[in-house]
Write a protein that binds this ligand. Sequence first.
Ligand code: CMC
Length: 355
Amino acid sequence: MSKNISFIDGLEGILKYREIDINQLVELPYDAVSYLLIMGELPGDQELADYSARLRGEREINREAIDVIRMCNFNIDSMEALRTIVSFISQFDPDINDNSPEGNMRKAIRLIAKIPTIVAAYHRIANGKEPVPPDPSLSHGANFLYMIRGSKPSDLEAEVMEKDFILSAEHELNASTFSSRVTASTLSDLYSAVVSGLCTLKGPLHGGARAEVMAMIDEISSPEDAEKYVLEKLAKKEKIMGFGHRVYKTYDPRGVVFKQLSRQLAEAKGNMYWYEIAEATERTVIRELVEKKGKPIYPNVDFYSGVIYKYLDIPPKLATSIFAIGRVSGWIAHCFDQYEKKKIIRPRAFMLDEC
Ligand code: CMC
């Protein structure tokens, strides 16, 4: 079962969730893809309506959580606050110690529904504004942008946000999913497993790379400067954020979609600036590393998604938390699979030599 949650062909650049190619999945609502990951098959119309209604009904967070957000440090990345609040709200979940499949499903719905609300409330309070309550008439993506801004996004922005969540939702046994699975393998609760995933996602070699890409685009500051920036970094043997992948030895298929979406957004907003900086960076990295050195270092999932966040006016501090909004469905799918196995994950130390 776990093998089928997703499938990656790192040489051909193919990614499937439950045997369906991501290029097909991005045409669906996030809720349908979340259902697919967790339940193992695509929902019918009624099943999707029920699942979406359950998610929309659980979006609100309690006043205690808002009070704790008000006490957070807003000078640092939002991931510190997100992992704290997810852990905090677990105490109020009536099913916290019910590890039955039904109890776990209720917790799953709450986690998927509430994480965007926590991130948006953090952002509003950090900027001296009051949180915006969720709007149950809006999709997962549109509602998130609405809660951040206090106004409804354009159709294109909402569509891009949905696709961002879908493309971030699952990626086999990546570091954060592995962490979540290890926690679930001890039969600990789903909140604990998700907090483990959050802690691991935060690292700059994993989900944290997206914020670093945004900082890099700002640092480069013009398309003409991209080549100089890349050459200097490579001369210092430093890595270019948003490039390279442990599994893909070709273009990351999620990166292909993100590149198209970022171009679409740039055109719609009549501002090609950040897109052109990104393209010039990509051209130089490919020329220097792929063509001259034969290293398979292409843009990964974090590169053009970082560009998209700039066009959506999302600050770098939120980038990793937004990755988590999408990824939580994947973590939960893996945890459910692990709970069924009822077997602890306990590798031997010598296996680390192969990592
Ligand atoms: N820029 C420049 N050189 C690179 C890069 C890069 N981004 N990535 C790999 N290389 C080079 C590296 O210097 C090494 O060269 P050499 O063999 O001459 O020493 C070679 O390629 C292999 O690198 P590695 O670090 O051993 O490869 P890995 O499979 O262990 O690491 C990676 C994969 C993603 C951690 C790495 O490519 C990296 O650090 N990339 C930048 C950070 C980043 O974008 N992370 C997001 C990863 S994708 C999303 C996710 O998993 O969350």
